[in-house]
Design a protein around this ligand. Sequence first.
Ligand SMILES: Nc1nc2c(ncn2[C@@H]2O[C@H](COP(=O)(O)OP(=O)(O)OP(=O)(O)O)[C@@H](O)[C@H]2O)c(=O)[nH]1
Length: 776
Amino acid sequence: MSNLRILSLSQKRISNLRINNACCCEIPAGPRGSGPPGPLRTCYSSQAGLVGNDVKSLHAIINPPVAKIRNIGIMAHIDAGKTTTTERILYYSGYTRSLGDVDDGDTVTDFMAQERERGITIQSAAVTFDWKGHRVNLIDTPGHVDFTLEVERCLRVLDGAVAVFDASAGVEAQSLTVWRQADKHRVPRICFLNKMDKTGASFKYAVGSIREKLNARPLLLQLPIGEAKTFRGVVDVVRKEKLLWNPSSADGRDFERKPLLETSDPELLRETTAARNALIEQVADLDDEFAGLVLGEFSEDFDLLPAEKLQTAIHRVTLAQTAVPVLCGSALRNKGIQPLVDAVTMYLPSPEERNYEFLRWYEGDLCALAFKVLHDKHRGPLVLVRVYSGTLKPQSAVHNISGNCTERISRLLLPFADQHIEIPALTAGNIALTVGLKQTATGDTIVSSKSSALAAARRAEREREGQHRPAGGAERPLLAGVEIPEPVFFCTIEPPSVARQPDLDHALQCLQREDPSLKVRLDPESGQTVLCGMGELHIEIIHDRIRREYGLETFLGPLQVAYRETIVSAARATDTLDKTVGDRRHLVTVELEAQPVGTSSAAPVARFSESVSKDLLRASQEAIENGLHSACLQGPLLGSPVQDVAITVHSLTVHPGTSTTMISACVSRCVQKALKKADKQILEPLMKLEVTVTGDYLSPVLADLAQRRGSIQEIQTRQDNRVVIGFVPLAEVMGYSTVLRTLTSGSASFALELSSYQAMNPQDQSALLSRKSGGL
Ligand SMILES: Nc1nc2c(ncn2[C@@H]2O[C@H](COP(=O)(O)OP(=O)(O)OP(=O)(O)O)[C@@H](O)[C@H]2O)c(=O)[nH]1
């Protein structure tokens, strides 16, 4: 028991303990650091009684006070250094005993084999650690555009985020995208300007780009001491102290904090005083309470204003999202990470400081969101959940509102990358993995029981009525799910033999539960399975995972762009279906018109003329709409989905006894006839492209883009680089990374993001159609 008591003293010491499932404790014989490098395999049983008098202290670790919890994410542009920053944070928090390195492929959060090989973060891994009395649940999010859904899914459950930027590049395309996503979910943020050691790093430039591109108000809480090669440490503007890292300390653990003095640092002190005064004025402008303080007691001398008062006001301003604290450092050179984690605990909100409106409907009863599903070979599906209210317990039944099913949770685990600690309960504000939920998918809302869901629904409905808001959806008060973007690429996938098709179906089913941006469909003509994904990398990784995790060597067909189709003129059609099945006659006649609609609408808009009898419509509206939808799944030109169309049903006659399936079939066939008659148009995905290139390679890049039907919007100057911003059809940038590497000797980088679907011009459209009909 005495060993367990150590747990209550310092969470850090957990890493020195090894407690197996039978709850016998073991302290490693060797000194700290003598074991194998990498994460420790710490886990303990939650069985009652086993921990005796230490239950209370153990609980403090497992379920810390909610005010001390920080659910945060790290978000940024690809390669800005999120993974390296996370690794440093885990190391300094005591959870890892060696510094992982993305370049050597041994990081904790990039635990999937492909991530290690490719050096990118595919899945956001959730890790939990403690920092100076705070519990931090940290989710490392991927930066590649193919995985924006992962970012979005994580933002949904975060209370705060750290935006990491490359200080030599400032705000890049993908940072802008994630910033907008964080705005949408109203997630308070702090900024970390990483790579201050890199040639070309510029604090001033990076801060300027936050102001201009993100339209945010940066609060400079630090100033760098030196830049690029000379970067040595940072100045804490709030406290007027310098933090210098010991150059002989290999891991950056060792740094000293000293007040700035007139005698030793006159210039730095002057600069810091000016920055502090500017910070105080800026915060006072944004926070009335702080303004009162500044204008009253401390108006004569800001130096007298206690740092704590300024920090509290910065916390409020960060929470209100009227400004963003900015810090800097170099994760790779181990500088600036500890103050960054201090800032996370100091300025980012605890769960109880966020205003989640749905909480009052549950009145303290369980309400949780499943935000990620992982498949573990041994434990089956693991579902990452965030609890918003109430308590989640193992060995208990829960109700999934979204899936309308009741399931059983067998165990609860605190995630530490691929290491997990078993816990006896999960309280509001926390994030953990559940074992046992077999049907729950990403984005599902979990409550204690069906009756609890109904009670919450009634409260939500009453509230809407009270506010005279339109009813709707109140019967199922779901936490807002994550919007799933439409895939832009697809290809066929084949198992190694027909006998392995069920194995492939199983693998794809599991992968889809994990990753809702992956879509799988069956090609009705060829009978082949088709994978639809967000990008080349996305599909490549799915292919790789099927091989590694499910032992299936599959064959992918050529990667194809997911086009859409629409019509540009109206067309009318009539159809009759007359079929006798057994002794039952099914007879339907329909007349309808397909028209283009101006506004963007993925699903067909259904309209009914007055002549369609109301009774008939009531009985068959669902069947008609099913028919419309199925007809629009495959357009007449390429078999791509048809969008931006309205279908008006002018007349409908149905023989008594006709089944609804036959009505759907007749309507579907008739819509296809009308679509065939109309003038048709192919829509292609248009990508927003940002290429960062040095001046000498600008011309070849522009010439190449012109040949790719690209249109250039502007060319910005960013330090020594040129940033080309424009639009280019997706079909023209397949394999662009290889081309760009060759064109620029590997010196350029680019980011792509789906902008819209645009109409192809007639020549390009007929060239595409003849290519397709020629089987090319
Ligand atoms: N010079 C310098 N390089 C850094 C720093 N931090 C990270 N890097 C390097 O930048 C590259 C990308 O780092 P990661 O940590 O993988 O970046 P990421 O943002 O997690 O990348 P994704 O997971 O692919 O989105 C690696 O080669 C790192 O070694 C830094 O502070 N200074």
